[in-house]
Design a protein around this ligand. Structure first.
Ligand code: AMP
Ligand code: MG
Length: 499
């Protein structure tokens, strides 16, 4: 289903805008605001190719297109309506206050993808916001979303970053920028809540049918497609959040408006990767009660999915008791689904290919020792992967822990378990190296890249970090620095929102 871009230099996008064909209540049409002096910081050329876009045109006109100054032919710019629970409180109308969907393209794999500008000016949903974005959060989203993709975690993608040449006014005056995001869709749990809050069952049905068609076409013939939709979203979110835990990712703002129904990670605001393992880790400056702490994410996922389930009740069954009963089955199941995904990935992380009852205990005891020993999450598993193929690397592994004695005992228990595996050491080590990354976007590295860009207009650290993150499961001597945790004076303990 390859589509070729139109020949006109003003039409490098083969748009087909299905969301814009939905009823009026779904969105507000909005053209992007003008940027004074746009400059293309970064174009993701491989992604542009994958989307079937004309890369040469984008290299030439990217600053104008990705700032919103030049609307490509076929774009139908709009801001999407949605509601959401923010830190547990329901807001019946949020919507895209600083994002404008340009349109959708069918990529080279036949998949429909949204192309959205973030920071291109106010929309009818902006309330008191300016609809603009600052350079720092734009670079952060670029880095982290591309890193997640390279790690194999479903996530929205970064197509471009543009500097606007205009200041944005926050607590300080900051350089402005626009981020171009690509998503399987931007439909959120909060999109369903928007219609449910208005008692608009027709709108809900139109939305659900649209989501089934776009993301879960196999459900069209199911006995109850809406119940099927709920189950499918629960499954994808269970799998997604398990992946976050496997790589030490903390989303930071798991509000229902920041949870997709496609199963992609979205909205990289105050998100961060953990260095030392501690399940209570929180980075976001606005998460004072630790609602979205690392280990709370699976439970919050379930809470958000329960909110989605509530919106679907009138479509699931005309008898509300029966609808509640049917939806509850999947809310309860979610815990088990999550556990299956999490445990499968954790078994892989410690090199087990067979299944034994005691594996959970073996994994949990490693995590406890890591926590007590203030071990770096990423380095522990990477070094264990190397140790699996070469006993000589044991001192390096043990050095990850403050108190190596407990880690040594754990290793002997682990080795006893490995005797009952049918794999060679070399194969086990290779398999572990392919799931335990060497390079993650460590907070201090992101911070250094942002500071250089914002204060000195120096994008070399940003570029270098992106290069290091592109192949996270390989060891490259030139990227060794990026595998290391922060030194005491480099530690970043707080992260901030994109606003
Ligand atoms: P977020 O924190 O990105 O999930 O955004 C929450 C809500 O605030 C969404 O409705 C955003 O569109 C809106 N918002 C965030 N930043 C701005 C801004 N600078 N201008 C207008 N609306 C914004
Ligand atoms: Mg959001």
């Amino acid at each position: 289903m390859t589509q070729t871009p139109a020949a006109s230099p003003r039409a490098p996008f083969p748009f087909d805008n299905s969301y814009a064909r939905l009823p009026q209540a779904f969105f507000a049409r909005q053209t992007p605001s003008h940027a004074e002096e746009p400059w293309l910081i970064k174009l993701n050329e491989p992604l542009a190719e994958e989307l079937g876009l004309d890369v040469e045109v984008l290299k030439r006109d990217g600053a104008d297109i990705f700032s919103g100054n030049l609307l490509p032919d076929g774009a139908d710019p709009l801001a999407m309506a949605y509601a959401g629970h923010q830190f547990g409180s329901f807001v019946p109308q949020l919507g895209d206050g600083r994002a404008i969907l340009l349109g959708e393209v069918i990529d080279r794999h036949g998949k429909r993808r949204d192309i959205q500008l973030k920071g291109a000016g106010a929309t009818p949903f902006s309330r008191r916001g300016d609809g603009r974005a600052a350079l720092g959060p734009v670079l952060r989203e670029y880095i982290v979303s591309e890193a997640m993709h390279a790690l194999g975690v479903p996530a929205t993608r970064a197509l471009a970053a543009v500097s606007t040449g205009q200041p944005v006014y926050r607590e300080q005056v900051l350089p402005g920028a626009v981020f171009t995001r690509v998503a399987a869709s931007h439909i959120r749990v909060g999109t369903f809540q928007f219609f449910a809050a208005r008692g608009d069952v027709d709108g809900l049905k139109a939305l659900s049918d649209y989501v089934i068609e776009r993301h879960y076409p196999d459900l069209k013939d199911a006995a109850n497609p809406y119940l099927g939709l709920f189950e499918a979203v629960c499954e994808r979110q269970a799998a997604l959040i398990a992946r976050w835990l496997h790589v030490g990712f903390i989303h930071g703002v798991m509000n229902t408006d920041n949870m997709t129904v496609s199963g992609e990670t979205i909205d990289f605001g105050p998100c961060a990767f953990m260095d030392e393992y501690d399940p209570a880790t929180v980075f976001s400056s606005i998460d004072q009660n630790g609602r979205y702490a690392y280990a709370s994410q699976p439970g919050i996922g379930q809470w958000n999915l329960a909110r989605l389930g509530e919106t679907l009740l009138p479509l699931i069954d005309a008898d509300s008791d029966k609808a509640v009963e049917a939806a509850n089955v999947f809310i309860k199941d979610y815990g088990e689904r999550f556990q299956i995904h999490w445990l499968r990935g954790m078994r892989e992380k410690i090199g087990l290919s067979s299944v034994e009852d005691d594996d959970l205990d073996l994994i949990q005891s490693l995590l406890s020792i890591m926590q007590a020993g203030q071990a770096d999450f990423t380095l522990t598993f990477r070094r264990l992967s190397h140790l699996a193929g070469d006993d000589g690397r044991q001192p390096e592994f043990l050095a990850t822990f403050r108190e190596p004695e407990a880690a040594k005992e754990w290793l002997s228990r682990w080795r006893q378990r490995l005797w009952r595996e049918m794999t060679t050491d070399a194969a086990r080590s290779a398999a572990m190296l392919s799931v335990n990354p060497a390079v993650i976007p460590r907070n201090h590295r992101i911070e250094q890249a942002i500071v250089a860009a914002v204060e000195e207009a120096d994008f070399s650290l940003f570029e270098a970090l992106l290069d290091a993150l592109a192949k996270p499961y390989e060891d490259h001597a030139e990227f060794t620095g990026y595998t290391q945790p922060p030194k005491a004076d480099e530690r970043v303990l707080k992260t901030f929102c994109g606003t």
